[in-house]
Design a protein. Sequence first.
Length: 328
Amino acid sequence: MSLRRALLVVTAFAVATFFIFWLWQNPTPTSQPGPDQTNSATTSDSSRANTAPGMDEAAMSTEQRRQLRIDTMRDLLEMARAEPGNLQRTLQQLRQQCGQGDDCAALIQAALDALPDQDFAALVASALARLPLYEAAMAQVVMSMETPARQRYAAIHELRQQTLGIAETEALFGQEAAWAEYQFRFGELMSSDTLTSLSPQQRLAALDALRSDTLGDYQPALAEVEGDSGRYDRELALLTAGLTDPASIDAITGQLREQYFGTEQAAAMAARDQVVRQQQTAVAEYQLAVEQLDQDMAPLKTQMAEDLWNLSYEQRLTELRLQYFPSP
Protein backbone atom coordinates (compact mmCIF):
# COMPACT_ATOMS: atom_id res chain seq x y z
CA MET A 1 0.00 0.00 0.00
CA SER A 2 1.41 3.42 -0.90
CA LEU A 3 2.12 5.98 1.82
CA ARG A 4 -0.64 8.23 0.49
CA ARG A 5 -3.22 5.42 0.57
CA ALA A 6 -2.16 4.40 4.07
CA LEU A 7 -2.57 7.96 5.31
CA LEU A 8 -6.01 8.18 3.75
CA VAL A 9 -7.09 4.91 5.36
CA VAL A 10 -5.95 6.23 8.73
CA THR A 11 -7.89 9.43 8.04
CA ALA A 12 -11.02 7.38 7.36
CA PHE A 13 -10.69 5.64 10.71
CA ALA A 14 -10.12 8.99 12.44
CA VAL A 15 -13.28 10.41 10.88
CA ALA A 16 -15.22 7.32 11.93
CA THR A 17 -14.24 7.76 15.55
CA PHE A 18 -14.19 11.58 15.71
CA PHE A 19 -17.66 11.94 17.19
CA ILE A 20 -17.52 9.05 19.65
CA PHE A 21 -18.05 10.27 23.17
CA TRP A 22 -18.24 8.42 26.41
CA LEU A 23 -21.12 9.21 28.71
CA TRP A 24 -24.01 8.02 30.81
CA GLN A 25 -23.15 7.25 34.41
CA ASN A 26 -26.74 7.27 35.71
CA PRO A 27 -27.78 4.12 37.57
CA THR A 28 -30.13 1.86 35.61
CA PRO A 29 -33.32 0.48 37.18
CA THR A 30 -33.18 -3.28 37.51
CA SER A 31 -35.66 -5.06 35.25
CA GLN A 32 -38.04 -7.43 36.99
CA PRO A 33 -37.86 -10.96 35.56
CA GLY A 34 -40.98 -12.43 34.07
CA PRO A 35 -42.33 -15.90 34.87
CA ASP A 36 -40.21 -17.47 32.14
CA GLN A 37 -37.06 -15.82 33.46
CA THR A 38 -37.21 -16.99 37.06
CA ASN A 39 -34.58 -19.70 36.65
CA SER A 40 -31.92 -17.40 35.16
CA ALA A 41 -32.59 -14.75 37.79
CA THR A 42 -32.42 -17.31 40.57
CA THR A 43 -29.11 -18.64 39.25
CA SER A 44 -27.65 -15.15 39.11
CA ASP A 45 -28.89 -14.26 42.60
CA SER A 46 -27.52 -17.52 43.98
CA SER A 47 -24.12 -16.83 42.46
CA ARG A 48 -24.08 -13.34 43.91
CA ALA A 49 -25.02 -14.72 47.32
CA ASN A 50 -22.17 -17.22 47.16
CA THR A 51 -19.69 -14.42 46.46
CA ALA A 52 -19.18 -12.51 49.70
CA PRO A 53 -18.98 -8.70 49.39
CA GLY A 54 -15.36 -7.60 49.21
CA MET A 55 -14.19 -11.15 48.61
CA ASP A 56 -10.83 -11.27 46.84
CA GLU A 57 -11.33 -12.61 43.33
CA ALA A 58 -8.18 -14.65 43.69
CA ALA A 59 -9.85 -16.55 46.54
CA MET A 60 -12.89 -17.45 44.42
CA SER A 61 -13.36 -20.72 42.67
CA THR A 62 -13.17 -20.85 38.89
CA GLU A 63 -16.95 -21.05 38.65
CA GLN A 64 -17.41 -18.11 41.03
CA ARG A 65 -15.05 -15.96 38.95
CA ARG A 66 -16.85 -16.97 35.77
CA GLN A 67 -20.25 -16.16 37.27
CA LEU A 68 -18.98 -12.83 38.57
CA ARG A 69 -17.92 -11.85 35.06
CA ILE A 70 -21.25 -12.94 33.62
CA ASP A 71 -23.17 -10.98 36.26
CA THR A 72 -21.10 -7.86 35.61
CA MET A 73 -21.66 -8.22 31.86
CA ARG A 74 -25.38 -8.65 32.41
CA ASP A 75 -25.47 -5.43 34.48
CA LEU A 76 -23.64 -3.57 31.72
CA LEU A 77 -26.07 -4.86 29.12
CA GLU A 78 -29.04 -3.81 31.25
CA MET A 79 -27.58 -0.31 31.46
CA ALA A 80 -27.14 -0.27 27.69
CA ARG A 81 -30.76 -1.32 27.21
CA ALA A 82 -31.95 1.47 29.51
CA GLU A 83 -29.68 4.06 27.87
CA PRO A 84 -29.79 3.15 24.17
CA GLY A 85 -27.72 4.44 21.29
CA ASN A 86 -24.20 3.77 22.59
CA LEU A 87 -23.89 -0.01 22.43
CA GLN A 88 -20.42 0.22 20.93
CA ARG A 89 -19.17 1.51 24.28
CA THR A 90 -20.86 -1.35 26.12
CA LEU A 91 -19.30 -3.95 23.82
CA GLN A 92 -15.87 -2.56 24.68
CA GLN A 93 -16.74 -2.74 28.37
CA LEU A 94 -17.86 -6.36 28.00
CA ARG A 95 -14.55 -7.35 26.43
CA GLN A 96 -12.69 -5.61 29.26
CA GLN A 97 -14.36 -7.97 31.73
CA CYS A 98 -12.71 -10.99 30.14
CA GLY A 99 -9.59 -12.29 31.83
CA GLN A 100 -6.60 -13.86 30.17
CA GLY A 101 -7.53 -17.32 29.00
CA ASP A 102 -11.30 -16.70 29.21
CA ASP A 103 -13.57 -17.67 26.36
CA CYS A 104 -14.87 -14.13 26.02
CA ALA A 105 -17.48 -14.96 23.40
CA ALA A 106 -18.92 -17.69 25.64
CA LEU A 107 -19.07 -15.34 28.64
CA ILE A 108 -20.85 -12.66 26.63
CA GLN A 109 -23.29 -15.21 25.26
CA ALA A 110 -24.03 -16.42 28.79
CA ALA A 111 -24.73 -12.84 29.87
CA LEU A 112 -27.02 -12.38 26.85
CA ASP A 113 -28.87 -15.60 27.69
CA ALA A 114 -29.46 -14.27 31.22
CA LEU A 115 -31.08 -11.05 30.01
CA PRO A 116 -34.84 -10.76 30.62
CA ASP A 117 -35.25 -8.85 27.34
CA GLN A 118 -34.30 -11.43 24.74
CA ASP A 119 -35.21 -9.12 21.85
CA PHE A 120 -32.46 -6.79 23.02
CA ALA A 121 -30.15 -9.76 23.51
CA ALA A 122 -30.74 -10.78 19.89
CA LEU A 123 -29.95 -7.25 18.72
CA VAL A 124 -26.67 -7.27 20.64
CA ALA A 125 -25.77 -10.69 19.26
CA SER A 126 -26.49 -9.50 15.72
CA ALA A 127 -24.32 -6.41 16.21
CA LEU A 128 -21.46 -8.55 17.53
CA ALA A 129 -21.71 -10.92 14.59
CA ARG A 130 -21.74 -8.12 12.00
CA LEU A 131 -19.04 -5.87 13.43
CA PRO A 132 -16.20 -7.74 11.66
CA LEU A 133 -17.94 -7.05 8.32
CA TYR A 134 -18.08 -3.35 9.12
CA GLU A 135 -14.45 -3.24 10.26
CA ALA A 136 -13.30 -5.02 7.11
CA ALA A 137 -15.30 -2.61 4.93
CA MET A 138 -13.90 0.40 6.78
CA ALA A 139 -10.37 -0.85 6.15
CA GLN A 140 -11.03 -0.40 2.43
CA VAL A 141 -12.43 3.12 2.69
CA VAL A 142 -10.38 5.95 1.23
CA MET A 143 -11.63 9.51 1.60
CA SER A 144 -10.04 12.85 0.83
CA MET A 145 -9.89 15.48 3.56
CA GLU A 146 -11.01 17.92 0.90
CA THR A 147 -14.46 16.33 1.09
CA PRO A 148 -16.70 18.27 3.52
CA ALA A 149 -16.94 16.71 6.99
CA ARG A 150 -20.71 16.26 6.78
CA GLN A 151 -20.34 14.35 3.51
CA ARG A 152 -17.59 12.14 4.94
CA TYR A 153 -19.66 11.28 7.98
CA ALA A 154 -22.72 10.55 5.84
CA ALA A 155 -20.69 8.09 3.79
CA ILE A 156 -19.51 6.31 6.94
CA HIS A 157 -23.04 6.21 8.34
CA GLU A 158 -24.32 4.66 5.10
CA LEU A 159 -21.55 2.07 5.20
CA ARG A 160 -22.53 1.19 8.76
CA GLN A 161 -26.15 0.65 7.80
CA GLN A 162 -25.15 -1.52 4.83
CA THR A 163 -22.80 -3.77 6.81
CA LEU A 164 -24.38 -3.73 10.27
CA GLY A 165 -28.05 -3.16 9.55
CA ILE A 166 -30.23 -0.17 10.36
CA ALA A 167 -31.32 -1.28 13.84
CA GLU A 168 -27.81 -2.38 14.77
CA THR A 169 -26.31 0.91 13.56
CA GLU A 170 -28.79 2.86 15.65
CA ALA A 171 -28.05 0.74 18.70
CA LEU A 172 -24.29 1.03 18.27
CA PHE A 173 -23.89 4.60 17.06
CA GLY A 174 -27.24 6.38 17.57
CA GLN A 175 -25.93 8.87 20.11
CA GLU A 176 -22.81 9.51 18.07
CA ALA A 177 -24.88 10.22 14.95
CA ALA A 178 -27.20 12.57 16.84
CA TRP A 179 -24.24 14.47 18.30
CA ALA A 180 -22.60 14.72 14.88
CA GLU A 181 -25.77 16.17 13.37
CA TYR A 182 -25.99 18.65 16.24
CA GLN A 183 -22.44 19.79 15.56
CA PHE A 184 -23.04 20.14 11.83
CA ARG A 185 -26.31 22.02 12.28
CA PHE A 186 -24.80 24.38 14.84
CA GLY A 187 -22.05 25.26 12.37
CA GLU A 188 -24.69 25.97 9.74
CA LEU A 189 -26.60 28.17 12.19
CA MET A 190 -23.45 30.15 12.99
CA SER A 191 -22.75 30.75 9.30
CA SER A 192 -26.34 31.63 8.44
CA ASP A 193 -26.83 34.99 6.72
CA THR A 194 -29.88 35.66 8.89
CA LEU A 195 -28.21 35.07 12.26
CA THR A 196 -27.20 38.70 12.86
CA SER A 197 -30.76 39.86 12.20
CA LEU A 198 -32.13 37.73 15.04
CA SER A 199 -32.62 39.09 18.55
CA PRO A 200 -30.78 37.42 21.46
CA GLN A 201 -34.00 35.65 22.46
CA GLN A 202 -34.53 34.38 18.92
CA ARG A 203 -30.95 33.11 18.72
CA LEU A 204 -31.28 31.14 21.96
CA ALA A 205 -34.66 29.80 20.84
CA ALA A 206 -33.08 28.63 17.58
CA LEU A 207 -30.36 26.83 19.55
CA ASP A 208 -32.91 25.13 21.81
CA ALA A 209 -34.91 24.02 18.77
CA LEU A 210 -31.74 22.72 17.15
CA ARG A 211 -30.90 20.64 20.22
CA SER A 212 -34.38 19.17 20.33
CA ASP A 213 -34.48 18.38 16.61
CA THR A 214 -31.05 16.77 16.37
CA LEU A 215 -30.57 15.08 19.75
CA GLY A 216 -34.12 13.78 20.06
CA ASP A 217 -34.51 11.00 22.62
CA TYR A 218 -30.77 11.10 23.28
CA GLN A 219 -30.91 14.70 24.56
CA PRO A 220 -30.73 13.81 28.30
CA ALA A 221 -27.64 11.63 27.81
CA LEU A 222 -25.93 14.00 25.38
CA ALA A 223 -26.61 16.97 27.65
CA GLU A 224 -23.93 15.43 29.88
CA VAL A 225 -21.52 15.43 26.94
CA GLU A 226 -22.15 19.08 26.18
CA GLY A 227 -22.11 20.12 29.82
CA ASP A 228 -22.27 23.67 31.14
CA SER A 229 -19.02 24.55 29.43
CA GLY A 230 -20.28 23.45 26.01
CA ARG A 231 -23.61 25.23 26.43
CA TYR A 232 -21.80 28.38 27.53
CA ASP A 233 -19.44 28.30 24.56
CA ARG A 234 -22.26 27.87 22.04
CA GLU A 235 -24.52 30.49 23.55
CA LEU A 236 -21.65 32.95 23.81
CA ALA A 237 -20.76 32.39 20.15
CA LEU A 238 -24.39 32.87 19.09
CA LEU A 239 -25.09 35.94 21.20
CA THR A 240 -21.90 37.76 20.23
CA ALA A 241 -22.02 36.92 16.52
CA GLY A 242 -21.84 40.15 14.54
CA LEU A 243 -20.98 42.32 17.57
CA THR A 244 -17.92 44.57 17.47
CA ASP A 245 -18.41 46.68 20.61
CA PRO A 246 -16.08 45.30 23.34
CA ALA A 247 -18.33 46.57 26.13
CA SER A 248 -21.36 44.71 24.73
CA ILE A 249 -19.35 41.53 24.29
CA ASP A 250 -18.00 41.78 27.84
CA ALA A 251 -21.50 42.31 29.24
CA ILE A 252 -22.88 39.23 27.49
CA THR A 253 -19.84 37.20 28.50
CA GLY A 254 -20.16 38.19 32.15
CA GLN A 255 -23.87 37.42 32.26
CA LEU A 256 -23.43 33.96 30.74
CA ARG A 257 -20.51 33.15 33.04
CA GLU A 258 -22.53 33.99 36.12
CA GLN A 259 -25.42 31.93 34.78
CA TYR A 260 -23.35 28.82 34.15
CA PHE A 261 -20.44 29.05 36.59
CA GLY A 262 -21.56 31.30 39.45
CA THR A 263 -20.47 34.74 40.58
CA GLU A 264 -17.14 33.73 42.14
CA GLN A 265 -15.88 31.75 39.16
CA ALA A 266 -17.16 34.40 36.74
CA ALA A 267 -15.08 37.01 38.58
CA ALA A 268 -12.01 34.77 38.40
CA MET A 269 -12.53 34.27 34.68
CA ALA A 270 -12.86 38.03 34.16
CA ALA A 271 -9.62 38.62 36.07
CA ARG A 272 -7.86 36.03 33.92
CA ASP A 273 -9.19 37.75 30.78
CA GLN A 274 -7.72 41.03 31.98
CA VAL A 275 -4.31 39.44 32.49
CA VAL A 276 -4.44 37.86 29.03
CA ARG A 277 -5.36 41.20 27.44
CA GLN A 278 -2.49 42.95 29.20
CA GLN A 279 -0.10 40.27 27.99
CA GLN A 280 -1.40 40.53 24.44
CA THR A 281 -1.02 44.30 24.53
CA ALA A 282 2.54 44.00 25.84
CA VAL A 283 3.44 41.52 23.10
CA ALA A 284 1.97 43.75 20.38
CA GLU A 285 3.79 46.83 21.70
CA TYR A 286 7.04 44.87 22.05
CA GLN A 287 6.82 43.68 18.45
CA LEU A 288 6.34 47.27 17.26
CA ALA A 289 9.30 48.39 19.36
CA VAL A 290 11.49 45.65 17.84
CA GLU A 291 10.48 46.73 14.35
CA GLN A 292 11.44 50.31 15.23
CA LEU A 293 14.76 49.08 16.65
CA ASP A 294 15.48 47.22 13.41
CA GLN A 295 14.79 50.39 11.43
CA ASP A 296 17.01 52.47 13.70
CA MET A 297 19.90 49.99 13.64
CA ALA A 298 19.81 49.19 9.91
CA PRO A 299 21.70 52.35 8.76
CA LEU A 300 24.41 51.74 11.40
CA LYS A 301 25.28 48.35 10.00
CA THR A 302 27.54 49.88 7.36
CA GLN A 303 29.06 52.34 9.83
CA MET A 304 30.06 49.93 12.63
CA ALA A 305 32.13 46.81 12.91
CA GLU A 306 29.96 43.71 12.78
CA ASP A 307 30.84 42.53 16.29
CA LEU A 308 30.17 45.97 17.75
CA TRP A 309 26.90 46.29 15.85
CA ASN A 310 25.71 42.89 17.06
CA LEU A 311 26.62 43.76 20.66
CA SER A 312 24.81 47.09 20.49
CA TYR A 313 21.73 45.47 18.93
CA GLU A 314 21.56 42.72 21.57
CA GLN A 315 21.94 45.24 24.40
CA ARG A 316 19.07 47.40 23.11
CA LEU A 317 16.93 44.31 22.43
CA THR A 318 17.50 43.14 26.01
CA GLU A 319 16.45 46.58 27.28
CA LEU A 320 13.22 46.29 25.29
CA ARG A 321 12.49 42.85 26.70
CA LEU A 322 12.96 44.06 30.25
CA GLN A 323 10.83 47.12 29.53
CA TYR A 324 7.85 45.14 28.25
CA PHE A 325 8.35 41.89 30.18
CA PRO A 326 9.97 42.82 33.50
CA SER A 327 11.05 39.98 35.72
CA PRO A 328 8.71 39.33 38.67
